[in-house]
Design a protein around this ligand. Structure first.
Ligand code: PHE
Length: 340
């Protein structure tokens, strides 16, 4: 029995097997117990020696099992370490980085330009009061000019702002409180209009408006500023032209074209053969607007302009459907990745 047990213990391969051997040889039903039971058949004087011998075998086996257990434990630990080893020489998986949305790229570019000119950045709520979106912009209730901007109304006093001019009216009011001069601010942000979405219309889009108020601000200041903007956004060779237009909050009002950045002004499909691309609306701040905000239009003047961020992004990047900005197709967005 001893030889057999020693062999089995020595060759056993894991803890489970070892445990069953322990139960087998040292437990109550094992062969050693059997032998012990047979002791009663022996002559009395032989029993002590026999018992001693059996006990020796028992304790020897117990010891050998303990030793084997120690060895197996080390082996199992080593196996575990081996299997959990990380091969640091393998190539890793590069985490995918997100990238900045094309509209944000344009917005940030404009912000950088105007911060460089000493402007501040103004922000206002997207759910706006009728007061700032319309009244203060010289668009009273029931005035037909309200139809130019189909509005999402929340209730009688609140609406989704239809232009960032609303933010300018807030900036103007805040400035007038302390008669601050000059005011130089740009207001980028989302605006909303009740339009049916198609390739060139979106019920939500982005604008960036600029406002300057000081003594002796003239139309030529506006022109110089917009020429600078056009050159920085569309290339140093660009020129601009003013066409008369109409906005309630500016007088005179102009629409501004930039010479086509694709054909350089010769005429191509992008500028529909005209050599010019309309990019923004602008004008001299209407005296009523200054007065309502709390400034004296006899003392000072200002200019304002408003540019559509989608429009600039579409021209700059050659995008033909405004909806591409908002459907968030990752393949489209990835083409603006500057980090790879
Ligand atoms: N608010 C006008 C628009 O949404 C743009 C504009 C801003 C025109 C400032 C003139 C001056 O179309």
């Amino acid at each position: 029995i001893r030889e057999e047990a020693l062999n089995k213990i020595a060759s056993c391969k894991d803890m489970n097997e070892l445990q069953s051997l322990r139960v087998l040889y040292l437990g109550k039903k094992g062969p050693i117990q059997e032998v012990m039971k047979s002791m009663k058949d022996l002559p009395k004087e032989e029993r002590p020696a026999f018992g001693q011998q059996v006990n020796e075998v028992k304790s020897q086996l117990a010891q050998v099992i303990e030793d084997r257990k120690a060895v197996l434990e080390v082996e199992e630990m080593n196996k575990k370490i081996e299997s959990e080893k990380i091969d640091i020489t393998l190539d890793g998986q590069k985490p995918t980085l997100g990238n900045i949305h094309p509209l944000m790229l344009v917005q940030q570019e404009m912000e950088d330009l105007f911060i460089g000119l000493g402007y501040e950045i103004g922000e206002g709520p997207e759910v706006e009061q009728d007061l700032y979106n319309f009244e203060r912009a010289n668009i009273p209730k029931d005035h037909p000019a309200r139809d130019m901007q189909d509005t999402f109304y929340i209730n009688a006093e609140e609406l989704m702002r239809t232009h960032t001019t609303a933010v300018q009216m807030r900036e103007l009011e805040a400035g007038a409180k302390e008669q601050k001069l000059p005011i130089k601010v740009i207001c980028p942000g989302k605006v909303y209009r009740r339009d049916d979405d198609d390739a060139t219309h979106s019920h939500q889009f982005m604008q960036c408006e600029g406002l300057v108020v000081d003594k002796n601000i003239t139309l030529s200041d506006l022109k110089g500023t917009l020429l600078f903007l056009a050159k920085k956004m569309f290339g140093e060779n660009r020129t601009i032209r003013f066409r008369p237009s109409y906005f309630q909050f500016t007088e005179p009002s102009v629409e501004v074209d930039v010479s086509c950045h694709v054909c350089g002004g010769k005429g191509c499909p992008v500028c529909k053969g005209t050599g010019w691309i309309e990019i923004l609306g602008a004008g001299m701040v209407h005296p009523n607007v200054l007065r309502m905000a709390g400034y004296d239009p006899d003392e000072l003047s200002g200019f304002a302009f408003g540019i559509g961020i989608e429009r600039v992004a579409m021209l700059k990047y050659g995008i033909t459907d405004i909806r591409d900005f908002y459907t968030n197709d990752i393949r489209f967005l990835k083409t603006f990745n500057r980090f790879e």
